[in-house]
Design a protein around this ligand. Structure first.
Ligand SMILES: [Zn+2]
Length: 443
């Protein structure tokens, strides 16, 4: 959702929530990380978070002519190609828009002005919070036209959108509010450390672990329900089959939920999230409406694989190391830039809260350049989960391959992207590879 969230939670500071684990069943992560309620979930398909706009999770084709969607018509194939091309271009466009707007806030001295304003508040903590809030709102407003274009207009044009503009915007604003409340934690912690110690990047990376873990614990029970309704599976027959599957895998069955993803979008997905008692496998209603029981069971098997192989923890580990590296590199490079432009910026030190937009620019850029590392780790875990899904369900290769094919068709996800695009941006293997694997794998 909105830029600010991604700012707060991910970038600078809590890259964790998004990095290798945030994605859903889908394949692609966007260039500029975005946090959404499902952040820190391990999904199965192609939950294509939308970059600058921070759009929410998208789901699959339900309401209208679903029967017409699969198998794919030539018209839909053309749509798939154009949507994929758009997304590929947008990965770069959104990156530069994000950086450009932050640079605008910085070079116009606006950031320094917001700092001056926030200094009128007496207690330092509340002054930092006020700055965070003002900055978030400014950044949100500057990004809004692009967010509307990407997350509302384009999604509507491709037939995914199930919300009116006001519904969409209302949720986007709710996301901003969540970000204003949660984001202050990493922001405050960051500036508290930077002024106090030399190896702040090490202290931040380690100190932020409990916060991120807490976030993963509370997101499914406190934050995600603000946007969607989670309930036990309505289809009791399906529920019984999934519970039996969960039992054979050694998972408590009550942890499987269905979510009304169709409220926002027609896209299809499923994911795993939560820790310490809030763990759950979440299945989108759009998948229930469009997939056969065997296909859904395979998807559930995949999610159970993430769950049982502790991919959330592994993802967290990768993310922490990535944050550590990002902040170390940032510390090695950012001071020179501050010295060079201090008159323009109107701040002299990294420890000045007005430096936040610059910190985010560095974090975005470092993330953009080095995301193949985290994405490779994520793709590795996805392959393991696919294998697990086939093992535990004993599904035949053709059914598993059809599942991936449907995901591609319903979500207009390119099954066969350019290898470089996949390497750089995809946190799931390309669907074509997953199909080939499914057809050739013998459990
Ligand atoms: Zn997965």
């Amino acid at each position: 959702m909105y830029t600010t969230t991604k700012i707060a939670l991910q970038v600078a500071l809590v890259l964790l929530t998004f990095s290798p684990m945030a994605s859903a069943v889908t394949n692609e992560a966007d260039t500029v990380p975005t946090v959404h309620p499902e952040a820190a979930a391990e999904a199965l398909i192609d939950q294509d978070t939308v970059a600058m706009t921070g759009q929410k999770t998208e789901v699959a084709a339900t309401a209208t002519d679903e029967s017409a969607l699969y198998p794919m018509s030539p018209e839909r194939k053309a749509k798939l190609i154009s949507y994929s091309q758009f997304k590929n271009v947008w990965r770069f466009v959104s990156f530069f828009i994000g950086i450009g707007l932050l640079a605008l806030i910085l070079f116009t001295g606006l950031s320094a002005r917001l700092r001056d304003l926030s200094r009128r508040v007496k207690f330092r903590f509340f002054a930092v919070w006020l700055f965070w809030a003002l900055f978030s709102v400014v950044d949100y407003l500057l990004n809004l036209p692009f967010a509307i274009y990407r997350s509302f207009i384009v999604e509507s044009n491709y037939g995914f959108m199930n919300q009116t503009f006001m519904e969409w915007w209302g949720e986007d604003l709710l996301g901003l509010l969540v970000s204003l409340i949660i984001g202050i934690v990493p922001v405050w912690f960051f500036y508290w450390l930077v002024g106090r110690m030399k190896r702040w990047w090490l202290a931040f990376s380690i100190g932020t672990i409990p916060f991120v873990v807490l976030l993963i614990v509370i997101v499914p029970v406190l934050i995600a329900p603000l946007f969607n309704k989670f309930e036990p599976l309505k289809d009791k027959q399906l529920e019984a089959e999934i519970l039996a599957l969960a039992e054979s895998a050694g998972i408590e069955g009550s942890d499987v939920f269905q979510v009304d993803g169709s409220k926002q979008s027609t896209k299809i997905n499923a994911y795993v999230t939560g820790l310490f008692g809030t763990e759950r496998i979440v299945l989108y209603d759009t998948m229930i409406d469009n997939f056969t029981t065997d296909e859904i069971k395979f998807v559930m098997g995949h999610e159970m694989g993430h769950y049982l192989m502790n991919h959330l923890w592994w993802g967290l580990g990768v993310a922490i190391i990535f944050i550590l590296f990002t902040l170390w590199l940032l510390d090695k490079t950012i001071h020179r830039v501050i010295r060079r432009f201090r008159t323009r910026f109107r701040f002299e030190q990294l420890s000045d809260i007005a430096s936040l937009p610059l910190v985010l620019i560095f974090a975005f850029a470092i993330n953009f350049v080095f995301q193949p590392i985290t994405n490779s780790a994520s793709r590795f875990m996805e392959r393991q989960a696919d294998k697990f899904g086939m093992d535990i369900t004993g599904v035949d290769g053709e059914t598993a391959a059809t599942t991936f094919d449907k995901l591609s068709v319903f979500n207009l996800s390119d099954p066969d992207p350019h290898p470089l695009i996949e390497f750089w941006f995809y946190d799931h293997p390309a669907l074509k590879k997953r199909m080939e694997f499914a057809r050739s794998y013998r459990p």
